[in-house]
Design a protein around this ligand. Structure first.
Ligand code: F6R
Length: 236
């Protein structure tokens, strides 16, 4: 696991965006593992700009998103909608190549990923409780795609995408920690101070079921991107 420290989230987005552009130049049919939330937005901005500048095409690549809400109250709250808004509609992504976990496919999602040759590059944010995907504390390190209740702290953090906390979903379907660990390369972004305790757990270097992201300590190719303020605070 390698820590990479930048002054601000845009620099993190530029670095990871460039990694993805380079990957797609090497392998236009690459399989991307995608995340929603605030952390990857600067990456998606970089990719939209690179596409506009004709540096890269997404038409032959594939994507598997990490997670999706169960029973979101309106369509705009789905992660599929989020991805269309923030990435797919801004580039030439073929929507038939994009995948999201659902009740229908959750038992076959891991096999589907494997049958495409596995995820080449997985983007992760991290929750304040250390979740990756929606793998909350105490999720088994070898879990596959599954349904999960959301912790109250996760619902509170995500209520900003809804009209109220009451409306914020209680459950989601997520790739498991075992699913994520199959990715060939992983980039994790922690760019705001709510993530300090989760980053502290990673810096401690011990796998701990209370901090799901610590599973990544065993992954052979993971980069942890943090802002300087997060890094400095986590090292105190
Ligand atoms: C989103 C996801 C979550 C988020 C995490 C951080 O698809 O899987 O694990 O990455 O909740 O969210 P942000 O980036 O909004 O702080």
């Amino acid at each position: 696991m390698k820590f990479i420290v930048y002054d601000n989230p845009k620099q993190i987005g530029d670095h990871i965006g460039k990694e993805i552009v380079d990957l797609l130049k090497r392998n236009p049919k690459a399989v991307l593992g995608l995340a929603t939330g605030s952390s990857p937005l600067p990456v998606y901005d970089y990719l939209a700009k690179a596409y506009k500048a004709k540096e890269v095409s997404f038409k032959d690549c594939y994507s598997f998103n990490l997670d999706e809400y169960i029973n979101p109250p309106f369509e705009e709250a789905t992660y599929r909608y989020f991805m269309k808004e923030n990435l797919f509609s801004r580039v030439d992504m073929d929507l038939s190549h994009t995948h999201f976990p659902s009740f229908e496919n959750m038992d076959t999602y891991d096999d589907e990923i494997a049958s495409m040759g596995g995820v080449d590059l997985q983007i992760l944010g991290i929750g304040r409780d250390g979740h990756i995907g929606f793998n909350e504390p105490n999720t088994s390190f070898d879990s596959k795609t599954h349904t999960t209740p959301l912790e109250e702290s996760t619902r509170i953090a995500n209520a900003r995408f809804f009209h109220s906390l009451e409306e914020t979903p209680h459950e989601a379907i997520t790739m498991g920690l075992g699913t994520i660990m199959q990715s060939k390369h992983i980039v994790l972004i922690a760019s705001d101070l709510t993530k300090v305790d989760a980053i502290k757990a990673l810096l401690k270097g011990e796998k701990d079921l209370q901090w799901p992201a610590t599973v990544l300590l065993d992954h052979p190719s993971t980069e942890i991107f943090v802002t300087k303020e997060v890094f400095d605070e986590a090292n105190k």
